[in-house]
Design a protein around this ligand. Structure first.
Ligand SMILES: C[S@@+](CC[C@H](N)C(=O)[O-])C[C@H]1O[C@@H](n2cnc3c(N)ncnc32)[C@H](O)[C@@H]1O
Length: 241
């Protein structure tokens, strides 16, 4: 069976490369700080122990946007390591500036499609927590196929997470929330641990994000979930782990 996560076959992506110019300071940050904090995309598995020079609990954030939330979480948990994945270059530039200002070292980032990173760079059972905050909602019906939450995405998350690891999701789109409820309920490896709908005042173990703030200004309610990964069987399709 063809896997949607196979990069050679996957043409529908969850993002469009947004135009957006790097400011001179973001450009400088990319040149100076990428060697310290950036990880180039590569089809080989990452050795996260070597990369962080320790074995600590690891959180992966997918689509971190400008990264402010990720920097806050990494600064608050110096005994944990954090890995961010984002495709938007100005966001990555902004993020590098924030990392330098915060003076933290427990954070690395990859500028690439998270589906391919999960499929090719992340070792099975090597991640303790995955955060997916306010993924692009693709509200039009004909665009629903672009939503990152899908059976293949959840397979990849289940593969990356260790048994007992957690998947944290938040959205401000009611229709996406229904879709997330259905997709997770249908997946054999995830069990709901906590969920709430609120007015931006009761996030589940996370800071407020930039897109959450935008949603609140539009009068949206916020949906938060935590799912626990209870692996039934290790997926066979992902080799090399
Ligand atoms: C709506 S924004 C939310 C940003 C941030 N999490 C927040 O809450 O402010 C979604 C982000 O996900 C990124 N994104 C979408 N699909 C992605 C993918 N497949 N791999 C990496 N990043 C992705 C987009 O570039 C965008 O910055």
């Amino acid at each position: 069976m063809e896997k949607e996560s196979d990069p050679a076959r996957r043409s529908i992506r969850s993002f469009v490369r947004r135009a957006g110019r790097l400011t001179p300071s973001q450009k400088k940050a990319l040149a100076e700080l990428w060697p310290q904090f950036g990880i180039d995309f590569d089809s080989r598995l990452l050795d996260l122990d070597a990369l962080f020079a320790r074995r600590a609990p690891r959180t992966l954030e997918i689509g971190f946007g400008n990264g402010d939330t990720l920097v806050q979480q990494a600064a608050a948990r110096p005994l944990h390591d954090f890995l961010g994945i984002e495709v938007h270059e100005p966001g990555v530039g902004h993020f590098l500036l924030r990392i330098r200002a915060a003076g933290i070292t427990n954070l690395r980032l990859i500028r690439h499609d998270a589906m391919e990173v999960l499929a090719q760079q992340i070792r099975g059972s090597s991640i303790d927590r995955i955060n997916l905050y306010f993924p692009d909602p693709w509200p039009k019906k004909r665009h629903h196929k672009r939503r990152i939450v899908s059976a293949s995405f959840l397979d990849l998350c289940a593969h990356a997470l260790c048994a007992g690891g957690s998947l944290h999701i938040a959205t401000d789109w009611d229709n996406y929330a229904e879709y997330i409820d259905e997709s997770l309920a249908a997946h054999p490896d995830f069990v709901l641990a906590d969920a709430r709908t609120h007015a931006g005042d009761q996030p589940l173990d996370r800071p407020r994000t930039k897109f959450e703030q935008r949603g609140l200004l539009r009068g949206h309610q916020i949906h938060d979930w935590i799912f626990i990964c209870e692996k039934q069987v290790e997926p066979l399709a992902l080799s090399g782990t």
